[in-house]
Every structure is written in structure tokens, then in C-alpha cells.
Design a binder for this molecule. Structure first.
Ligand code: 4AD
Ligand code: MG
Length: 468
């Protein structure tokens, strides 16, 4: 009986010594050749690289080869041999080919010509099969692993916070409601408003905009936690940097002040970028060569530079000076206004030419939970601003004083009875603490050099777009 050959992944095959019998399975990227020989480039997603399959044309193989075209799924047995062609060390000299799935060359839309990212977003089965999205999916997965490893090594507890919640953590009113009420026949209460007592949870609930408030309960009990999960925002902003469903990493640490918080944020991002360069080199090299030849230099640059730390007020002065010197922004700048991405990018890309951590924002443009500064006007917030992205991290030291926190909630006319469970952390053994949120897709935008946030998540959710 012939010895059964186990399937090897392309990534492993390319590193194996020549001479052995192998079995490869994957999807055909290209098929070319001449009268005597066919060359098939096979990819199985384990690496950006293909393995070359060499098939002698014989009366036996020709009918099989005729059924193989770009996109077809095949299995190939053969001998791994040293390759004489350039570009690869080894190739497979085929002795047998099995076709799992043919791919109609007339109807298959991924022919050799380039297809735009916009187009690829509309074809669910096609996008993942391209070199670019294979690279992005692998990078995304590697970075998720790197994030868990980073916090695991520091002894942080991975805390799972709920996706369905009653509270609006950011107080920005951008929540997607969750209900089982019949929208065609909503039960009403005495005030003729929807009667949420009859809803699944007995109250009005939504998808979470942040796990922070629950994260604070964790941190003020076990010390250091992080969350990493889907986050939802119904902000109607159709920009290359916003998703309605994105992933956020939110570390929260007892006994950290704002400086400790900044130190962690800076070290965290640098470690992740370094991880990508050290462990995902082939995919990053591909993206660098294909789309953006400054990508690798930009990533290396971030690891080596100290981030600027600057109070918001000084940032505003720099922006005003730029305007006075003739720089044009679309949006006005004045103390008290929220910075637009164009302002953030001016500070990072043109003024300082490195990442900037902006601190001490006006309290009126930040969330209720941030620690209030002595000046009565600003809070101990920190935003990390990055080249090409703008805000990549938002965080703060938290207000630990019950009275001040309650006053702020009242000032903002927020409903306190939804937050009593949270305020209890300040009632019972309150402690100084801080935390931040990193947008996973914003990080991936930076690491991949992609231009649009829709292209760093497998299934983007944006206004008017939730297909597949
Ligand atoms: O600045 P944000 O709103 O901060 C918070 O949610 C805090 N609760 C975090 C904390 O302190 N624990 O969001 C944090 C980060 C942003 O800096 C950005 O990177 C990302 O989340 N983000 C988005 N990413 C994609 N699409 C959106 N619509 C995003 N909104 C925020
Ligand atoms: Mg923010």
C-alpha cells in the first residue's frame, strides 16, 4: 500500500528541503506555460507567497489542466524540487492533481487586471482571496495575538464586558438600540411612550459604545484589566476612519495617574508595531512594495521616536499660529473646540513630525468620567495622535471623587439612576485609576498603510451597509 502523504501548508513547503514527496492544497492564482509544460501558482492563505506547481503536458494531464483556471481549488501531489526559476527556492513537480472546485473563467471576476478596493468590498467571496486581503487578515490575527500577549506578560486580567448594556458610557448618544418589541405595534405606557417594561430586558437597552465603565469595576477590584471586543457606534460619519462596528482594546489600571497612563499607551503601541515588523515581515513588505513605499520606514520611525506630550491649550496656540502664517484648515480652531482630524494631522505630520499625546482637554468636549483639573476648565484627558490617522487612542485619568463625579453627571443632565452601580466604586474604597481605548482598526490602518478603515476589517459595517 502506498504511504499516505499528509498535506503541508505552503508556508511550510517553502522552507522544506527538496527531495520529498508532498501534498499541497489551495487555490490557483495563475496558470501559464508552453506546449510541453504548465506552471501553476498555488496559494493556500498560509503566506503571501505562492508555491509553483510544474506539470508536464501529457495526454493524461491535458484534460485536467484544461479544467484548471484562476480561482480553482486543487490538491497536488508531487516531489518538492529545487527551483531553477527565480523567486522561489523550491517548487512541486506534480505527479497527481485532484480538482476540488472548478472556477468558471468567464464568470469569475478576479482576473489578472487590478480590481479596486471599492469593487472588492461588494464581492464577499472574492475579497479574501486577493493577496492584499490575505495579508490584512493575517496581520489582523497576528496583532490580536500580540495584544493578548502584551497584557498577559504584564499580568493584566482579560475582562469580558457586556455587548448589550443599559448605559451610554461615553454619554454621546450614539447607541444602537436592542429590542424585541414589535416595531409595528409598540406597546405604550401611560405617557404614550414605548413601554420598555415589556421589552426583553424590562428596560431600554443598546449595544455598547465602550466597555470602560464595567472595566473600571474590574480594575478597582483586581488591579489591572483589559477588554478587547466589538464596539458599536451609530455615528453617521462616512469617513475613512469611522466604522459603526469596530474593535476596541481598553486597559484600565488601578493606581495609575495620567503620566503612568501615557507611558503605558506609548509602550503598548510601540511594542505592537515592533511585533508586526518582527513577526509579519512578508505581509508588511508586500504592502510596502505594492502600495506605499514609505510604510516600513514609518513603522520603524515610530518605534524609535519619543512621542511629544503637549497640553491641548498649547496645541491650539500652535494651530492658531499656523493659521496666522497662512495655513488653511476647513474647520475653525479656538480654545474649547474639538480638534478635527486635519488639526490633529497638522500637529503630528507637519509641526512635530512624530506622534503626539495631547492632554488636558476642555471638560466640555470630553466624557463625564474624566478627572477634573484644578483650573475648573480642563480634564486629565489624553489622546494619542498618529500620522495619517489622527486620533488612535483616547483615554484619561478617572475622577475618583464621588462628589465631583456626581456634580459633573448632574451638570451634563445625565440620568444618575442608570449609573449608581458605577458610582458605588467611588463610594466604597475609591482609588485613583486611569485607562484608555485603542481602536483596533485605527492601529491596523497604521500598520498596513491602508487608506480606508473599511479595508482593515473583514466585514465592515458603515451607514447603509450591512450586507454579508
Ligand atoms: O476616544 P473614544 O471614544 O474613547 C472611549 O471610548 C473611552 N471609553 C476609552 C477609554 O478610556 N477606555 O474611543 C477610543 C478609540 C479612539 O481613539 C479610536 O481609535 C477608536 O476608539 N474609535 C473608533 N474606531 C473606529 N470607528 C469609530 N467609529 C471609532 N470611534 C472610536
Ligand atoms: Mg476620543
Amino acid at each position: 500500500m502506498a504511504k499516505e502523504i499528509l498535506r503541508s501548508k505552503v508556508n511550510d513547503l517553502l522552507a522544506m528541503p527538496a527531495g520529498q514527496e508532498v501534498l499541497a492544497k489551495g487555490w490557483v492564482r495563475t496558470k501559464r506555460g508552453n506546449k510541453e509544460i504548465a506552471f501553476i501558482a498555488l496559494n493556500d492563505g498560509s503566506t503571501i507567497k505562492n508555491i509553483q506547481i510544474v506539470v508536464d503536458k501529457t495526454p493524461e494531464t491535458e484534460p485536467v489542466l484544461a479544467r484548471i483556471s484562476t480561482g480553482a481549488c486543487i490538491g497536488v501531489t508531487g516531489t518538492l524540487v529545487e527551483s531553477i526559476g527565480s523567486g522561489q527556492a523550491v517548487e512541486i513537480k506534480a505527479s497527481g492533481i485532484e480538482i476540488y472546485g472548478e472556477c468558471d473563467p468567464v464568470r469569475y471576476p478576479l482576473q489578472k487586471k487590478d480590481t479596486s478596493f471599492e469593487y472588492l468590498r461588494t464581492v464577499a467571496h472574492l475579497r479574501p482571496r486577493t493577496n492584499t486581503f490575505g495579508a490584512i487578515y493575517r496581520l489582523r490575527s497576528q496583532m490580536a495575538f500580540a495584544i493578548h500577549q502584551y497584557f498577559h506578560d504584564k499580568g493584566f486580567v482579560y475582562l469580558n464586558t457586556p455587548l448589550i448594556t443599559e448605559s451610554d458610557a461615553e454619554g454621546a448618544g450614539q447607541m444602537f438600540q436592542v429590542t424585541t418589541l414589535d416595531l409595528n405595534n409598540v406597546p405604550k405606557n401611560k405617557k404614550n411612550l414605548p413601554d420598555y417594561k415589556q421589552d426583553f430586558f424590562g428596560k431600554m437597552t443598546s449595544l455598547t459604545v465602550s466597555g470602560q465603565l464595567e472595566g473600571e469595576l474590574g480594575a478597582t477590584a483586581v488591579g489591572e484589566i483589559y477588554t478587547f471586543g466589538p464596539t458599536f457606534r451609530a455615528e453617521n460619519s462616512n469617513t475613512p476612519r469611522h466604522l459603526a462596528e469596530f474593535w476596541m482594546i481598553e486597559p484600565e489600571m488601578a493606581f495609575y495617574d495620567i503620566k503612568d497612563n501615557m507611558d503605558l499607551a506609548e509602550d503598548f503601541i510601540k511594542s505592537l508595531v515592533k511585533y508586526a515588523l518582527d513577526n509579519c515581515r512578508d505581509d508588511i513588505q508586500f504592502l510596502n512594495d505594492r502600495y506605499d513605499e514609505t510604510l516600513i520606514a514609518r513603522l520603524e520611525g515610530v518605534i524609535d521616536t519619543e512621542f511629544v506630550r503637549l497640553p491641548y491649550g498649547e496645541g491650539i496656540e500652535i494651530l492658531k499660529a499656523a493659521i496666522a502664517a497662512g495655513h488653511k484648515f476647513e474647520y475653525p480652531v479656538d480654545w474649547g473646540t474639538d480638534l478635527q482630524s486635519e488639526h490633529e494631522r497638522y500637529l503630528v505630520e507637519e509641526h512635530f513630525k512624530r506622534p503626539v499625546i495631547l492632554t488636558d482637554y476642555p471638560k466640555d468636549i470630553k466624557a463625564f468620567y474624566m478627572k477634573q483639573n484644578e483650573d475648573g476648565k480642563t480634564v486629565r484627558a489624553m489622546d494619542v495622535l498618529f500620522p495619517k490617522i489622527g486620533e488612535i487612542i483616547g483615554g484619561s485619568e478617572r475622577e475618583a471623587d464621588l462628589q465631583k463625579l456626581e456634580n459633573r453627571i448632574d451638570e451634563l443632565h445625565m440620568k444618575r439612576d442608570n449609573l449608581e452601580w458605577y458610582l458605588d466604586t467611588r463610594r466604597f474604597g475609591s482609588c485613583p485609576h486611569s485607562g484608555f481605548g485603542l481602536g483596533f482598526e485605527r492601529l491596523l490602518l497604521f500598520i498596513t498603510g491602508m487608506q480606508n478603515i473599511r479595508d482593515v476589517i473583514p466585514f465592515p459595517r458603515t451607514p447603509k451597509n450591512a450586507e454579508f
